[in-house]
Design a protein around this ligand. Sequence first.
Ligand code: SF4
Length: 183
Amino acid sequence: MWEWEILENECKNCTKCELHKSRLNVVIDRGNRNAGLMFIGEAPGATEDRVGKAFVGNAGKMLDLALTGLGIAEDDIYICNILKCRPPNNINPTKEQALMCMGYLMKQIELVKPDVIVLLGGVALKHLIDSSLGITRSRGSWTEFNEIPVMPTYHPAALLRDDSKKMDMWKDIKEAWKRTKNS
Ligand code: SF4
């Protein structure tokens, strides 16, 4: 437990990149810190910045809808982002920002010890696995990170713009869920 407290404290006091100047809240996570299924997105949006929790805006609602549809409970998942502070105007995280924030994500992965990681969107894929990869080609295919199976899929915000991606995202999450101990 104290390790989470140390991590939270470090994030809340972090001034490593310029995003600390404009944040309202540091957004660390949402969900069960012992879950088998871990989701990683790119960065907090406006609602997350205001509330201080990950994936509580419209994209989060899309994700929750998928989870409910697949019979996956809130307690079965853990969600966080590459960045802990909101980039103004929701611009994509820069390589430098992602690098500076990466240590916190590494600690989260180490503490949660997930069975499976689902990467939500191309930004998470590029920063965690390979900067040359794109989400359209990579989604639905297993890769790995530090020996943890990784399933890339669309960011739920993409579903808000293009409903046809919904079935693919649901399918990818279902595949990932099947590889967790709780499924
Ligand atoms: S985004 Fe990450 S590295 Fe930048 S200030 Fe926030 S916690 Fe620190």
